[in-house]
Design a protein around this ligand. Structure first.
Ligand code: ARG
Length: 447
């Protein structure tokens, strides 16, 4: 085919919708017969023909023809060849406009279910890592500076929450895809006594679209999916970045499984976190696909416009990027080795207890701001004399405030963590409860 004829062709990507297209046609043909619009034996021929075509496609013996432009025309033309002229009755009370909108909605609902399974798997990995490392202590960070000691499990459960919101956004996107456009025809509705509710039930849609003009031109459900995917990609890249940092010699907090690292061709000591880096890098195309569709839809007048054919490649690309990245992330998290000693030492060898020392003064009746100032001076002194807070003696403490007593020396990483005993905090009993709640949530979701 020359460039001119190839310009409008979408077959090379939209053939991926063949299952949804055939399912939609089968339901439509059966409905036409139930409503007396075509004869029962005609519907039977159509359904048998469509099922034969599905088998041909799956056996890779289907004669795809680019010159027929898209998946819909390819299947319809083939139906003429396999069942004869009755094929011409299939498109009664239908248009490619409501047909393609239906196909894409069916597809999106399916891939969202797949994405939800992948998110579930990843969240399970966080909970399992948390549960099998309950006592591991690490410094929590702000500004990539050691801030306060926390349980490693608490850190894992932060990701559990983050990806839980992604699941919620995916479910919302699924909800917006769950209206069936068939029956809208080209855009005004169709002049036949069809039964849209019946077709919707056959295809597993929760409802039928309420306005035919909106139904053939609405791609908001794709924007909802892309935007849920883009937010999920942010989270994957943040996780990937932490794995890159944590697996470096500088941190040494985790050892990624060999499956997820590669050596360097000239530096034999290296174990590069390539999978995490690629996961981080893939974010760009997921954002790009969202922005691409936003831009394609901008300024389109009602109703269907051929521009909308451009909705598919970005969609498939996001699906092919997001789901494998979720799966890789789950694999990296569940196989990583936690270097508990390195984490604990990083928490000990820091000034992460400064807040606790300030809180100590507050407990003795000092206003927090004043306590903060005293501990800032104390920490500065400790840094300058090359000592940790825990290495200072009581006399030194008392040079900064006479409210310090012997018990200030018993502030430790573990007492600091134990003290954060609020709902949502890092105290061991709270994290324990959070692990149980997370397990219950995963259980309720099913596999
Ligand atoms: N390939 C087209 C698409 O994806 C199918 C709908 C074509 N409709 C039309 N009126 N030309 O949008």
């Amino acid at each position: 085919m020359d460039t001119h004829s190839r310009y409008t062709v979408s077959l090379h990507y939209d053939r991926r919708l063949y299952r949804q297209d055939i399912a939609g046609s089968v339901a439509h043909a059966r409905m036409l017969a139930r409503q007396g619009i075509i004869a029962d034996d005609e519907a039977e021929s159509l359904v048998a023909g469509l099922e034969g075509i599905r088998e041909e496609i799956e056996a890779e013996s289907f004669p795809w023809r680019e010159e027929l432009e898209d998946v819909h025309m390819n299947i319809e033309r083939r139906l003429f060849e396999t069942v004869g002229d009755v094929a011409g009755k299939l498109h009664t009370a239908r248009s490619r406009n409501d047909q393609v909108a239906t196909d894409v909605r069916l597809y999106v609902k399916e891939v969202i279910d797949e994405a939800l399974r992948a998110i579930h798997e990843l969240r399970t990995a966080f909970v399992e890592k948390a549960a099998s490392n309950r006592d591991v202590v690490m410094p929590g960070y702000t500004h990539v500076q050691r801030a306060q000691p926390v349980l490693f499990a608490h850190h894992m459960l932060a990701y559990f929450e983050m990806f839980g919101r992604d699941a919620e956004r995916m479910r919302q996107a699924r909800e917006s895809a769950d209206a069936m456009p068939l029956g809208s025809g080209a855009m005004a509705g169709v002049p036949y006594p069809i039964d849209r509710e019946w077709v919707a039930r056959e295809l597993g849609f929760g409802k039928v679209s309420a306005n035919s003009m909106d139904a053939v031109s609405d791609r908001d459900f794709l924007l909802d999916f892309h935007s849920a995917a883009a937010t999920c990609a942010i989270h994957l890249s943040r996780l990937a970045e932490e794995l890159v940092l944590w697996s470096s010699d500088e941190f040494g907090f985790v050892r990624l499984d060999d499956m997820y690292t590669t050596g360097s061709s000239i530096m034999p000591q290296k174990r590069n976190p390539d999978f995490a880096e690629i996961a981080r890098g893939k974010t760009g195309r997921v954002y790009g696909n969202l922005v691409g569709l936003l831009t394609t839809l901008k300024g389109l007048p009602l109703t269907y416009n051929r521009d909308m054919q451009e909705d598919k490649e970005g969609l498939f690309d996001t699906v092919d990027t997001l789901i494998p990245t979720l799966q890789v992330a789950a694999g990296m998290v569940s196989t990583m080795e936690v270097q508990a000693d390195r984490m604990r030492n990083a928490a000990l060898n820091s000034y992460a207890l400064a807040t606790d020392v300030a809180d100590y003064l507050v407990a003795k009746g000092m206003p927090f701001r004043e306590a903060h100032g005293i501990v800032a001076r104390l920490s500065k002194y400790a840094v300058e004399s090359g000592k940790r807070l825990g290495e200072l003696d009581l006399d030194t403490y008392r040079r900064f405030s006479d409210r310090f007593d012997e018990d200030v020396l018993s502030i430790t990483v573990d007492s600091s963590i134990r003290a954060r005993d609020v709902f949502g905090g890092t105290a061991p009993n709270r994290v324990e409860a959070a692990i149980e709640a997370a397990k219950a949530e995963l259980e309720a979701e099913g596999a």
